[in-house]
Structures are given as C-alpha cells and as structure tokens.
Design a protein around this ligand. Structure first.
Ligand code: PEP
Ligand code: MN
Length: 272
C-alpha cells in the first residue's frame, strides 16, 4: 500500500493556513527569526524588523536540543512567553520546536509545532503530534533518506493530523567546508512524491551566513513552498548558530531577491 502522504494517495497539493500565512498554494512562504530566543530585546528587535518585511511566519526556538549538554539549552517557557508577546506585537503566526510532549500545554499560543532533525525518528513524539490539531513542521534528519523522511511524516499523518510541512535542512556528507550539504534534489523529489508542502532551510543546510542567499535562490527555483531563515540582530553575539544567521539588513536583500524569483517561477510563460 502506498503511504497516505504520497501523491498516489492524494493528487492535490495539501494547503496549510496559519493566521494570514498560507503554505502549499504555489506562493513562497517565508519563515524567519532567531535560532534561539535569548532575551526580550533580542526577540523584539528581530520580530519588529521582520514585521516590516514580507515575512509570513516568525520562528524562535525556546527548547534547543543541543549537541553539547553544556551549551545554552534555550529559555523554555519564558522564551515561549516572549514569542507570544512578539506574535501579539507583530501579528505574525509563530513556529517553535517541541522536544518533549510533556511540554505541549506550553505551546498553546504557538501556531506551528516544529520537530527538529534530531527528533525526526522520535516516533512516540510524532504519534502524539499526530493527535494534535495544529500544523507540524517536520525537519529531515541529516542522516535520513527521503524514504525514511516520508515514513516519519506518515507517523503523524495516520494519527489524524494532516497538516504537515516537510523541511529539507541539509544532510551530512564527506564535505567539511560547510556544516551540512543542502540536498537540493530533495525539493523537487519530495514535491513529486508527496502532496505535503515542502520548504528549505539554507541556514542549517549550509551553516555559513554568506551562503544563505544563493542557496535560498536555488531552493525557490527548485519549486519549494517556503524558506526558513535564521535572522539575528547581532549574529556575532548569538547564543546559538550565529555563524549561519543573517542580519535584518541582509534579510531585506534576501527577501527582495527571493520574491523576484518567486514571481519568475510562478509566471505563466506563453508557449512559443
Ligand atoms: C533549528 O531549526 O533551529 C534547528 C535546531 O534545526 P535542525 O533541527 O534542522 O538542526
Ligand atoms: Mn539553529
């Protein structure tokens, strides 16, 4: 039997609406914000700056599954409270990563629940999120195949939650010049194989701030439904992922260029 998330089971694209944002309708949904919420000033400065752009959804991590147990683990509930205030201030819907289903009630005001790459195969978490009525943004594990990625989405889908966004965020290869290798193939392949919306995260996909713009353009050209970009008011002082975070100024250029690519890609060229 084919997977429920596959194109064979459902021909039409799944379209997800959160607040004023739509994902999967052919437009480009831009998600941006800091890797981690650090303090009120940091989040407000980034959120207010982004609210003046065409950004669609605000991101911000409050629970960070860091490789080192000694690294900053996120502000937890306090961070989610700040995200709520930023949402109120800007009117933007929000997305934040959940690592433990026991924290679910703290996410009441978060619009999209993110499952991080490290948890792509946390099947207990996926099944629980499948029973919620809130969209899930599922990131691909860096050592997982596209088949395994779709099988993980199926865990959520078959429990009843059909609002799943697939996020390619780079895979681990032999290359050491970048944090990950962005798997551009995954974008058209996932669009072909699944009816779920597909977005790309060039921040984790490269791990290099100056590569975020060119790789974003490639993601849009490849047909993605959205982008997820890490933005910081002062990347040099960021508590997490500063090296791959772009400034608000750089984001404005990225927004401008990717929106142009969106128009070109969606333009119906008359056949010659
Ligand atoms: C993130 O989005 O900040 C994150 C931790 O990403 P990933 O799970 O892809 O590493
Ligand atoms: Mn990050």
């Amino acid at each position: 039997m084919g997977l429920l998330v596959s194109r064979e089971e459902k021909k039409e694209d799944t379209i997800i609406k959160v607040g004023n944002a739509t994902i999967g309708d052919g437009s480009l949904c831009i998600i941006a914000g800091p890797c981690t919420i650090e303090n009120p000033d940091q989040l407000n400065e980034v959120a207010e700056g982004l609210a003046k752009t065409s950004v669609n959804i605000l991101r911000g991590g409050a629970y960070k599954p860091r490789t080192s147990s000694y690294s900053f683990q996120g502000m937890g509930k306090e961070g989610l409270d700040l995200l709520s205030r930023a949402k109120e201030l800007t009117g933007l819907p929000t997305v934040s990563e959940i690592v433990d289903i026991a924290d679910l009630s703290l996410f009441d005001d978060v619009d999209i629940l993110q499952v991080g790459a490290k948890n792509m195969q946390n099947y207990a978490l996926l099944k629980e999120l499948g029973r919620q009525d809130k969209p899930v943004l599922l990131k691909r594990g860096w050592a997982n195949t596209i088949d395994e990625f779709l099988e993980s989405a199926e865990y959520i889908y078959r429990e009843g939650n059909h609002n799943i966004i697939l996020c390619e965020r780079g895979i681990r290869t032999f290359e050491t010049s970048t944090r990950n290798s962005f798997d551009i193939n995954a974008i058209p392949l996932l669009k072909e194989r699944s009816h779920l919306p597909v977005i790309g995260d060039p921040s984790h996909g490269t791990g290099v701030a100056r590569l975020v713009l060119p790789v974003s353009l490639a993601i849009v050209a490849a047909g993605a439904d959205g982008l997820m970009i890490e933005v910081h008011n002062n990347p040099e002082c960021a508590l997490c992922d500063g090296f791959q975070s772009i400034t608000l100024e750089e984001f404005k250029l990225l927004e401008n260029r990717t929106r142009t690519y969106e128009k070109i890609r969606n333009f119906n060229f008359p056949s010659l």
